[in-house]
Write a protein that binds this ligand. Structure first.
Ligand code: RI2
Length: 327
């Protein structure tokens, strides 16, 4: 992603794009949030170091407020701003931030490619693969596996309520991959025909649970029952440090209109609607999590988080103030 290639030109535009879900997908919102901070730094005209820090903090909070439970958003903001305070003046701080953001975005793109290459080795030749919703990491892995003769056909869920499976359909079909759309409730019917399930992740918790688009845990349960391997493709960006400290992962609940669609909630008098968009798949239903640092058992999630944040010894809420100050 190059600055000149994106259609947004300010942090505010990017924040609005994430809020409206024009920019979506856990990895992508992380990369765009980082880009948003670099736009803010690029456009800052003041000379006061303190005012610059204040503006960055406000910008970081604005970005996070667009999808407050998205850990990739939070991690990307913290990783982009890490070390910025070491700059002695605004120019130095800007330089550090722009460099970190550029590196962060480049590494994130590289991470997806590494995940695809490592993960495709887990797909037996000639497989039928099932995927859910729309994950760039999962689809890149499936595409590489197809190019290498490991995938014959992909089944994907339509995914209600937002039907993001349609995005998956168009992408796979454009790559000439044989694809079949099924409704979310047909997964158990087809699961025994599948050789492997590949999904993405929004958050990976320290206990190895994977929080992904609603319905993922039902698919994992069906796969477990049908003895179909269940693989998660996830950048380490989605691993949650907070869960190491005992926090629970907050589940985003979106507007009831998405569930009632194409009608309106008012067309169903006396009916309540609930619209949680993620659920948690426990580690016992996950065979492997493919990250850019290797293919790991979900039970090694703690180690990945420790490595990522350089945490050794007992974990406490103290320390690491450089990162937590920003948000
Ligand atoms: P990438 C999406 O979130 C889906 O839940 C998907 O599984 C996950 O992000 C994958 O992320 P949303 O933004 O593999 O549609 O694309 O809620 O990074």
């Amino acid at each position: 992603m190059k600055l000149q290639d994106v259609k947004y030109d300010s942090l505010d535009e990017i924040a609005e794009g994430i809020r409206s879900m024009e920019i979506r997908g856990a990895g992508k919102i992380g990369r765009y949030a980082s880009l948003g901070l670099s736009f803010l730094a690029r456009d800052y005209r003041g000379k006061s170091r303190e005012d610059f820090v204040k503006e960055l903090k406000e910008g970081a909070k604005k970005l996070l407020s667009t999808r407050p439970s998205a850990i990739s958003l939070k991690n990307s903001i913290l990783l982009t701003l890490k070390g910025v305070e070491e700059g002695e003046n605004v120019d130095e701080m800007r330089e550090i931030l722009l460099k970190r953001s550029g590196e962060f975005v480049r590494r994130s793109h590289e991470a997806v490619e590494k995940i695809a290459v490592m993960g495709m080795r887990r797909i037996p030749r000639g497989s039928k693969v099932l995927t859910h919703c729309n994950s760039n990491a999962a689809l890149t892995l499936i595409e590489r596996a197809f190019e290498n003769g490991r995938v014959d056909e992909v089944y994907f869920t339509e995914y209600r309520p937002r039907r993001q499976g349609h995005i998956t359909a168009r992408r796979l079909a454009a790559g000439s991959i044989p694809v079949t759309m099924i409704v979310d409730s047909a997964v158990r019917y087809f699961i025994r025909d599948m050789d492997v399930v590949v999904v993405g992740a929004d958050t990976v918790a320290a206990n190895g649970a994977v929080i992904n688009k609603i319905g993922t845990s039902q698919i994992a349960l069906a796969a477990h029952e049908g003895r179909t391997p269940f693989i998660v493709a996830s950048e380490t960006l989605k691993f949650s440090r907070e869960t190491l400290l005992g926090s629970l992962v907050e589940i985003e609940e979106r507007d009831e209109g998405e569930v009632a669609d194409p009608l309106k909630p008012s067309d169903f008098p006396g009916v309540n609607f609930r619209n949680p968009v993620f659920d948690a798949t426990p580690p016992e239903y996950i065979d492997a999590i493919v990250t850019e640092v290797g293919v790991v058992s979900p039970y090694l999630a703690t180690e990945v988080i420790r490595d990522m944040f350089g945490i050794s010894g007992p974990v406490s809420t103290e320390g690491k103030k450089d990162e937590t100050n920003w948000l």
